[in-house]
Ligand binder design. Structure first.
Ligand code: SF4
Ligand code: SF4
Length: 509
């Protein structure tokens, strides 16, 4: 029988993390079957020559991404990153120290891509890529959420997330893929969203939401889909369509558009902002999924593309859409050029929904009843991909200030968590990077430890009872793990859930 999953006991955050070697050696996510693998163009299983293929792919990646080679060479083993990873803090497994996680690949790199490693492998800690080493990669690279926290503390800026992504790409290319992200990517290619929700079901869901909001407010707030000629194409994580608490943010976005008189639409073709191609380090899949957004924007003739509350989706939109698709800038093909002519250059392309809402608030285009949120004492969890992989607005740090400014505009009571756990130094929720899957629950609960400790502190001291965040994965993860730490699962929600509660619809007074 599987051991009962429990939150780690309270700890002294100022004490060193004790070491429990092998504590998470048995934590492995389900492997993708041959059907899933082949649907993504990867081998269905390990072939007899997998080792040569893996090393060949590693060589290609080292040539393609100079950063990866620098990361392999630059580490001086100073240890500054060692205790900065939520998975090491929560599991106490030394192989979850970022430097140790990197070493799993670096030892193979040394053996095959450096002269000392080729001549004196033992002397320099070089290893062959054996089946045992590959299994260790599968185990521990699937205990990294690619959150980049460790990189903030590394004097050389070594980004373990990029190493993890490279390892996942190599494993996929030899037939050892992870089921959860790969199955989801296949669904997006086939149907258009992570949930496999077809167009008619999406329309029904949105009609249901229109009725719910009408019952609730008496106002006809629309949730349009595939409406040609709309000004804004809104792309959201598909969890927003029905899962709690995500859907409350979707209602919030719709109310903002309604109150501001902006004509907007969703797209059944691009009904997913999430893009798990990032998590598996595969830029071809990432591009194919991102192109759906471009296709939808061209088809619908919109002037702006706005992205909903999804952390990694915003990172991709902000940092990669230009080179992947030509949205906003970049791209040399005729479709990219056509879209750039079509989109309105007076707006940032793409725009985060928080930028759009904050801009409307600043211009006085929205009014709020802040007291409507008085049952909430709110704190904000910075999502790692937004905090460390993107920006918002015109000023540096906008990704931190804009969501907080919106919260303060719609709620009276706001409290910050400890500074060493927020902004650039935020901790991952514990389930990013493709780890939001049931078979990794033990890892997810333990990985949430630093965030739950910071939350406990403000809950006890200030009565915080609501954690706002702008990431679908954080919302799903917190809803699941909060009860393990003695909190209510309903304690998490989106920034636009707060907006939805406070916004006044109808005539402005
Ligand atoms: S989970 Fe985050 S902090 Fe930990 S090794 Fe991966 S990128 Fe670094
Ligand atoms: S902080 Fe950077 S240089 Fe120091 S051990 Fe970690 S990865 Fe290596």
């Amino acid at each position: 029988m599987a051991a009962e999953i429990k939150a780690p006991p309270p700890r002294d955050p100022s004490a060193a993390v004790p070491l429990v070697p092998g504590a998470m050696a048995a934590s492995r996510p389900n492997v993708a079957n041959d059907k899933i693998q082949q649907s993504l163009g990867f081998p269905g299983e390990l072939a007899p020559d997998w080792q040569q293929k893996a090393l060949a792919r590693m060589g290609e990646l080292l040539g393609q991404y100079r950063s990866l080679r620098v990361y392999m060479d630059a580490c001086v083993r100073c240890g500054a990153c060692a205790d900065q990873c939520q998975y090491f803090i929560g599991t106490q497994d030394p192989l979850n120290m970022p430097v140790a996680r990197q070493e799993l690949m670096r030892s193979v790199y040394r053996r095959h891509f450096t002269l000392p490693g080729k001549l004196f492998p033992k002397l320099v800690g070089a290893r062959e890529l054996t089946r045992d080493v590959l299994d260790q990669w599968y185990t521990y690279y699937n205990q990294c959420s690619e959150c980049r926290r460790c990189a903030v503390f590394c004097p050389y800026g070594i980004d373990t997330a990029e190493i993890t992504m490279a390892a996942k790409e190599i494993m996929d290319c030899v037939g050892l893929g992870q089921k959860y992200p790969n199955e989801i990517i296949a669904k997006v290619h086939r149907i258009g969203n992570n949930l496999g929700l077809p167009g008619p079901a999406l329309e029904n869901t949105l009609e249901g939401l229109e009725e719910d909001v009408k019952d609730d407010t008496g106002v006809d707030v629309r949730f349009p889909v595939d409406e040609k000629g709309a000004e804004v194409l809104l792309v959201v994580p598909s969890a927003d369509f029905f899962a709690e608490p995500h859907v409350d943010s979707l209602i919030g976005y719709a109310k903002v558009f309604h109150a501001a008189g902006i004509r907007w639409t969703l797209s059944s073709h691009a009904s997913e902002a999430g893009n798990f191609g990032l998590f598996i380090g595969n830029y071809d899949h990432m591009r194919r999924m991102a192109l759906r957004v471009r296709e939808a924007a061209l088809e619908l003739g919109v002037k702006r593309i706005v992205v909903g509350e999804c952390g990694h989706a915003w990172r991709i939109a902000y940092s990669f859409w230009n080179t992947l698709t030509g949205i906003g800038a970049g791209g040399s093909d005729p479709f990219a050029a056509a879209l750039q002519r079509q989109l309105d250059p007076t707006f940032r392309q793409p725009t985060h929904i928080c930028e759009l809402t904050w801009d409307l608030i600043r211009r006085g285009a929205l009014t709020f009843d802040k007291d409507a949120n008085d049952h909430r004492v709110v704190t904000f969890h910075d999502s790692c991909n937004v905090a460390r992989g993107s920006r918002m607005g015109d000023a540096p740090g906008g990704q931190f200030t804009i969501p907080r400014a919106i919260i303060r505009a719609v709620a009276n009571r706001y409290v910050e968590m400890a500074p060493e756990t927020t902004h650039e130094r935020t901790f991952c929720c514990g389930a990013g990077g493709g780890l939001l899957t049931d078979e990794l629950m033990d890892l997810r609960v333990k990985g949430a430890l630093p965030r739950m400790e910071a939350l406990r502190e403000v809950a006890d001291r200030e009565g915080v009872n609501f954690v706002a965040t702008i990431c679908a994965i954080c919302k799903a993860q917190f809803s699941t793990v909060l009860p393990y730490y003695g909190f209510k699962m309903s304690m998490v929600g989106g920034v636009h859930q707060l907006v939805s509660t406070a916004i006044r619809l109808g005539a402005k007074d």
